[in-house]
Ligand binder design. Structure first.
Ligand SMILES: *[C@@H]1O[C@H](CO)[C@@H](O)[C@H](O)[C@H]1NC(C)=O
Ligand SMILES: *[C@@H]1O[C@H](CO)[C@@H](O)[C@H](O)[C@H]1NC(C)=O
Ligand SMILES: *[C@@H]1O[C@H](CO)[C@@H](O)[C@H](O)[C@H]1NC(C)=O
Length: 471
């Protein structure tokens, strides 16, 4: 018997199970979730927010069953605080959403001009009140379910205080608008638990208290604007750039007193490009940026970014299957950043992005952390519903865990009952009670759902046994 072969099979088994499980939402077991997350009840109420454009979006292209909330970006804010809605199809969009039990929010701000005028409107208490009043009227007119404040980004402590003032005004006018609870959300800057790149650390609790959810922009960490090529949304920090990752940002906001139940992590349905200095070696995804303009994708033509449907475009895309490269691209997986990346040698183009596997790993993480849910930027970037499938599986995993936890609690209280009955009564009852409990435990045994899927394929066992016995 060759013991090193035995050691190797055990090691492979552990590594295989770990890698495989990380991306498998459908086999997530009750045992995988910390008990305080189960006890908090958050998994019974998880949300999936999906951003889309306010206008030009087609109702029948939205995968309603993968969302709980649709967010329309962006209503136009005037410096006075008056708000304009330009979509002519908002009525039919809201009607379709409600038919599918999806709530609809309008968003204000965004990158660029939208936030410039929003900052102006928020700069006086009169503007804050006008804005709140105007938005409450729009909610009533279009039967919306809430408002999202997306100020990118407050630069001074005064601007942050004005944002807080605006949220307070909004909350109070939402309260008076109608009997039902209307939602108020805000977006959160990706890095280090800060409200903006130029601000110092500020306690997040007052904000967390006043809004229903904070939508964390856990992407745009790296791109054509960075000194090196790196993932748009690395799972862990990359060497030399502390705090710029999905997991670091989440930890930073929690540490800064944001309520985990109100923290919603952003899932990018797009990647970012860079033209790099190419020495032809390709030993790492972290290469010096050449400084040339970052290329846009073939479909959406967004400077420096490729949506999933750019990457997966059958003619001009970079992937012909979810994990198979096309058109002169090479695909790699980085097991430290837990993301795929693509390289086009002829044009020295790097593309760091997310795919079904990397998003599943992210979803798995927010479940085990007990966060409120996930947010998608943007729903129409999907291709063939491949990424929406991850969001559906995420929601399904949360319901399944909730159900398993409830069944386990039921089973253990039944077991307690029957054991105390057994103590006080005859042995005839014991047999009956015992067997029915066993049936129930068989139904919910979490290991029975996951074991078969994490074992190595059987041919690998045969191979290793052959090696072990030196056949
Ligand atoms: C989950 O929530 C629903 C309503 O939102 C409630 O009826 C149900 O009892 C909850 N289940 C558990 C296990 O908490
Ligand atoms: C990739 O590009 C580099 C730089 O342009 C070049 O030196 C190298 O030969 C190319 N490699 C392949 C495999 O084409
Ligand atoms: C979602 O779950 C289904 C059913 O288990 C599975 O077939 C599918 O591959 C999953 N999707 C992803 C993206 O993991």
């Amino acid at each position: 018997m060759n013991f090193s072969a035995l050691f190797i099979v055990i090691w492979f088994q552990i590594a295989y199970a770990a890698v495989n499980n990380a991306a498998r939402l459908d086999i997530l077991a009750l045992d995988d979730i910390p008990s305080q997350v189960i006890d908090s009840g958050v998994l019974n109420n998880t949300v999936v927010f999906g951003y889309t454009y306010e206008s030009g979006i087609k109702v029948d292209e939205i995968a309603w069953d993968s969302l709980t909330h649709l967010v329309l970006a962006f209503f136009q804010v005037e410096p006075s605080g008056n708000v304009r809605v330009s979509s002519s199809s908002i009525d039919s969009l809201v009607a379709a959403a409600h038919k599918n039990s999806v709530k609809v929010l309008g968003s204000i701000g965004g990158a660029g001009d939208g936030s410039v005028t929003l900052t102006k409107a928020l700069s006086t208490s009169k503007g804050q009140a006008n804005l709140a009043k105007s938005l409450a009227a729009i909610i009533a007119k279009f039967n919306l379910d809430g408002i999202d404040y997306d100020l990118e980004f407050p630069e001074t402590s005064d601007e942050l205080a004005n944002l807080y003032g605006g949220l307070r005004a909004m909350r109070s006018s939402l309260g008076s608008a109608s009997g039902e609870h209307k939602l108020l959300t805000m977006t959160l800057y990706s890095s280090k638990g800060l409200f903006g790149p130029k601000l110092k650390q500020t306690d997040a609790k007052p904000f967390s208290d006043i809004v229903d959810y904070g939508l964390l922009m856990s992407y745009d960490y790296f791109g054509g604007f960075s000194e090196i090529s790196a993932p748009n949304s690395p799972f862990y920090d990359i060497p030399g750039y502390q705090g710029l990752s999905f997991t670091s940002s989440i930890s930073a906001w929690l540490k800064n007193n944001w309520d985990p139940k109100k923290l919603v992590a952003g899932f990018p349905f797009y990647g970012r490009t860079a033209i790099v200095h190419n020495d032809g070696e390709l030993t790492t995804q972290f290469m010096p940026n050449s400084g040339e303009a970052a290329p846009s994708g073939p479909v959406n033509k967004i400077p420096g970014a490729w949506a999933w449907n750019d990457i997966r475009d059958p003619k001009k895309g970079a992937l012909k299957l979810a994990a198979v490269a096309n058109n002169g691209w090479q695909r790699f997986w980085d097991s430290k950043t837990m993301t795929p990346w693509l390289f086009h040698n002829a044009s020295s183009t790097y593309l760091g992005y997310d795919d079904p596997e990397s998003l599943s790993i992210k979803a798995n993480y927010i479940i085990t952390k007990g966060l409120g849910g996930a947010m998608v930027w943007m729903v129409q970037y999907d291709y063939n519903r491949e990424l929406e499938s991850v969001m559906k599986n995420y929601t399904a995993a949360c319901s399944r865990i909730t159900w398993l936890a409830a069944a386990a609690a039921e089973a253990s209280s039944l077991a307690e009952e029957s054991s105390s009955e057994a103590e006080s009564s005859s042995s005839i009852d014991e047999e009956e009670g015992g067997s029915s409990d066993d049936d129930m435990l068989d139904d919910i045994d979490p290991s029975s759902t996951s074991l078969s899927t994490i074992l190595l394929p059987s041919w690998l066992y045969i191979l290793v046994i052959c090696i072990a016995f030196n056949f």
